[in-house]
Design a protein around this ligand. Structure first.
Ligand code: OAD
Length: 231
């Protein structure tokens, strides 16, 4: 069976990473448009870099661990099913939970990109505006390899081709507020896939799903994977 899974911030919430919405519209005390747009980076690169430096530091240094939902999805990926795992999350908890392949459509916190030569490298430390690109030697051109609002998500050809082939599409812990990800359910439905939403509560696009499993990802995802693997 071709299974396409889309995860959002809700799958990492029980690991201790705050979701984007639900805190009075603020994300770690910042308005998203002040830290997650190209305009914000242009206006105040120090603030944007320090925001992502803090997120990276927390991911690496505060004992954040994958939870049962991440590891259940990894188990499913190692089964006889053909599983495409797409995430909007920039953390590395799917990989640390054992997932062999993850499509990070919004980029990754532990990668940086040079705006001069497009070289992408791993980063586990704090970025500064004076950093030098190891590839082209330009100064101040390295930024987090994160898709900000107004920028094009990554891997879209691969994602749409997986959605076209999907027998089952599952969205886990995502509010359905951000497109194009929020529209994947419509694409999968049009391809004839059975669609399932797993969330603490109904999302903004809940009516587009055929099946709803309400509850914490650490319980609902594990239950769903166990059912699939028992079939
Ligand atoms: P949101 O913060 O918008 O939504 C999180 C969703 O997870 C909500 O629908 C919650 O109900 C649900 N949720 C919370 N805890 C949960 C739990 N324990 N189990 C199951 N569900 C739970 O996050 P996203 O939808 O991922 O983009 O946000 C999408 C994009 O908007 C992000 O990738 C980011 C953001 O701004 C960029 O940075 C480009």
């Amino acid at each position: 069976m071709n299974i396409v899974i889309l995860t959002g911030a809700g799958i990492s919430a029980e690991s201790g990473i705050k979701t984007f919405r639900g805190n009075d519209g603020l994300w770690e005390n910042h308005r998203v448009e002040d830290v997650a747009t190209p305009e914000a980076y242009c206006a105040n690169p120090e603030l944007v870099l320090s925001f992502y430096n803090a997120r990276r530091h927390a991911l690496l240094n505060t004992g954040i661990q994958p939870n049962a939902a991440h590891t259940a999805l990894a188990r499913l990926q190692y089964s006889h099913h053909d599983v495409t795992l797409i995430t909007q999350n920039v953390d590395n908890l799917h990989e640390r939970g054992g997932s062999p392949s993850v499509l990070h459509m919004h980029g990754e916190l532990l990668k940086q990109i040079c705006t001069g030569c497009a070289d992408v490298t791993l980063i586990e430390w704090a970025q500064t505006v004076r950093d030098v690109c190891a590839c082209c030697s330009a100064v101040g051109t390295l930024r987090p390899d994160i898709v900000w609002f107004g920028e094009m998500p990554k891997l879209m050809d691969e994602i749409y081709s997986a959605l076209d082939r999907a027998d089952v599409f599952v969205a886990i812990g995502t509010s359905g507020r951000v497109y194009p990800a929020a529209g994947f359910v419509e694409v999968a439905s049009a391809s004839g896939a059975h669609t399932i939403e797993i969330n603490l509560e109904a999302s903004d696009v809940a009516p587009a799903f055929a099946e709803h499993r309400i509850g914490p990802a650490s319980e609902q995802v594990v239950e769903w994977v166990n059912e699939l693997l028992a079939d």
